[in-house]
Design a protein. Structure first.
Length: 405
């Protein structure tokens, strides 16, 4: 990278414990200083909404990373190869082929058909709290809801779901620019287990197709355009992150935000039609994934600085979502915010394939939560799930005291 007058951008200490707990004041300082920040060795962070939004669609950036980079991020093991083959990190033409075939199997029509079923799942998860008056939004709702939905989409038998859930949670630990040493064995083991499990389930579907996602992925395409066995298995495994972790964290951080902003909770209760808008605001206000890494293919100039090919740009989604030039009173939670052009689902050809499902799960979860309980109050201090890189915003516990209607 070259810089005008040799003045380097400020450094973003993303792994500093105080930043991991609350990165937003630090983002504000970085945005005020410029469009770029130093992030790590060979890495530069992009701080402002206009740049992040444009770069999410820029063909000079690649989603795929060299194997040596993945080994640095997660260490040697099965997950190193796995994270290099899934659709989200592939570039055209491979990404185009994979996404087109997966989209046939994972259509918006499927999400629309799921709506009533989602209501039943959420009602069942909330039922114990009707008697106890205590609900942990993280463990009782945000965690089981999306993984149950993904299991149902893939046709995982009900009896197996309790053993699948912890593997899905372990897989999610691998979604970071640098995975903590203590987490790496869990991520590698989860990839092996989920590959074997879904591979066996896929073989069953070859002989006895159903109406599940695995069967539709088998049926999608034909001849040279069809998905291979490994592509189906690995992209099905990836759905345990794409269809689970983002939704889980959005529900957890959304509930925590409402407890901290009782005026917005009261507004949502008075205007239940704002549930869909509230989901968008939760995605903006405390984005489940804070940054998206991209490999620079050819030099890019940003704010008077040139980032050379071979460097990594980290598009700071969390910072872009709090850019004061785009979002009025960006530090305030506003469940009715409109417009709300957040970038939490990415953009361009890699816009999140499961965005429609995540939005619908969130809408139903918050609607049913307010439908069942006349009062929702804190029952203790929420416990953040802190990761070494701070890239994932999540809670291990969001205790609530609830009173049924």
């Amino acid at each position: 990278m070259t810089s005008v007058g040799r003045v380097l951008p400020p450094r973003f200490a993303h792994d500093d414990p105080t930043v991991v707990v609350d990165p937003y004041p630090h983002y504000a300082q970085l945005r005020a200083a410029g469009q770029l920040c130093r992030f790590g060795p060979g890495q530069w962070g992009v701080t402002r909404h206009a740049d992040v939004s444009a770069l999410l669609r820029d063909r000079r950036l690649a989603h795929g990373f060299p194997e040596e980079y993945r080994r640095f991020a997660i260490g040697d093991g099965p997950a190193t190869e796995f994270f290099g083959g899934i659709s989200i990190v592939r570039d055209p033409p491979e990404h185009t082929r994979l996404r087109a075939l997966m989209s046939k199997a994972f259509s918006p029509a499927l999400v629309r058909r799921l709506s009533d079923h989602l209501t039943g799942i959420v009602d069942e998860l909330l039922e114990p709290a009707l008697d106890t008056g205590i609900l942990d939004a993280a463990t009782d709702l945000a965690y089981p809801l999306p993984v149950t939905v993904v299991c149902e989409l893939l046709g995982v038998p009900t009896a197996d779901r309790d053993i699948v859930r912890p593997r899905a949670a372990d897989l999610a630990r691998g979604w970071s620019t640098e995975v903590a040493e203590a987490d790496r064995p869990h991520v590698h083991a989860a990839v092996v287990w989920l590959r074997e499990y879904l591979g066996a389930l896929l073989e069953e579907r070859r002989h006895r197709p159903g109406d599940d996602l695995l069967s539709r992925m088998l049926a999608a395409g034909s001849g040279e355009d069809s998905l291979s066995q490994q592509e189906i298995v690995d992209n099905a495994v990836f759905l345990f992150f794409a269809g689970f972790e983002t939704t889980r964290n959005m529900i957890g951080t959304g509930c925590a935000a409402l407890l901290r902003h009782p005026n917005q909770l009261a507004r949502l209760r008075a205007e239940p039609g704002l549930a869909a808008s509230a989901v968008e605001e939760f995605l903006r206000y405390d984005a489940p994934v804070q940054g998206a890494g991209r490999m620079v293919l050819s030099p890019i100039e940003i704010g008077g600085h040139t980032v050379r090919a071979g460097r990594v740009l980290v598009l700071l989604l969390g910072s872009a979502n709090h850019d004061e030039s785009v979002f009025e009173r960006a530090d305030r939670l506003d469940v009715g915010r409109s417009p709300n052009p957040h970038v939490s689902f990415g953009g361009g050809t890699h816009f999140c394939l499961g965005a429609a499902l995540a939005r619908e799960e969130g809408r139903v979860a918050f609607e049913r939560l307010l439908h069942h309980f006349a009062t929702i109050e804190p029952a203790g201090e929420p416990v953040r799930r802190l990761t070494a890189s701070g890239n994932i915003r999540a809670y291990d516990s969001v205790p609530m005291q609830v009173r049924p209607r």
